[in-house]
Ligand binder design. Sequence first.
Ligand code: MRU
Length: 347
Amino acid sequence: MKQSYQSITWQDDHLVILDQTQLPHREIYSEIHTIGQVWDAIKKMKVRGAPAIGIAAAYGLYLGVRELDAKNFTSFNVEIDRWIEYLESSRPTAVNLSWALQRIKTTVFANKDKDLEEIKEVILNTAKTIHDEDKRTCKAIGENGAGLVEKKARILTHCNTGGLATGAYGTALSVILHAWEKDQEIQVWVDETRPLLQGARLTTWELQKAEIPFRLITDSMAGHLMKTGKVDMVIVGADRVTANGDTANKIGTYSLAVLASENDIPFYVALPLSTFDINTESGDEIEIEERDGEEVTHINGSPMAPKKTEAYNLAFDITPGKYITGFITEEGIVKPDFKKNIKKILG
Ligand code: MRU
């Protein structure tokens, strides 16, 4: 399976990202040379999707520390903590961001006796490893999930979970790509995903590139399609899954899960193991990002609502584990009892 674009590329000494705010009409690759530019790209969602922001943050940490002129490991380490805190402040909900940064921190400690210039190289190499691993992980998620897709299935998906949101292929979208390789009669329903339209702008763009037919629907149509027997399966991604299986994902996911349950439709969440956060007991403890109300009151900078309209704009919601049929991971499918089986798959 080939993918003709990369959301993130490391080139010589800098990062190149495909600016997702410009898609689908303009394919603009932007160079990123500083940690501040990485923070800004994540905040403004030029790079987005849980695994992709983890990868970008990992490279971002390197861009921050490479200019450091610390006297010793202790002061170097203080600066690293400062940069980690800074990067983590860009978007709070997806655990992959702090997962990637903590992984680098652990590697730094394991190499603390090395020369500081060597430790900087270790940081860059760990970022590259996280990036490469994610590509392999997403392929395995797709292969594992494709086995769950029935012949001629009509699959509904939400937000964007493709190669744009990851190192390559995606999570839920990787399942769709791999299922399509086996059966060209599957059908895909793409939720537009208000307010930033990741479904309408990005998932459609990726499916067109893969030459997979789909139909775009408004978010509010999903329930009617389920009730009238036009959906066989729902597959979404995740930004953070807690120890009990509660799942933070793009706003609107919870409504889809309840509707799927009401209509006896399997509801799967596809994710890398790095999206599990077993240090958090339940979804009640997850910080949900609130974004600027203008994303709701405006489209492409033009107002839709009367002046001074105040919007409430939460980017994610929490789907209780009880609505989830299973988690599709690179290591296989996790079925209930989630509390027990999530722990088991993480080893
Ligand atoms: O706000 P976004 O566009 O970053 O939200 C993305 C999602 O909710 C995805 O479903 C999730 O990150 C999984 S992507 C593989």
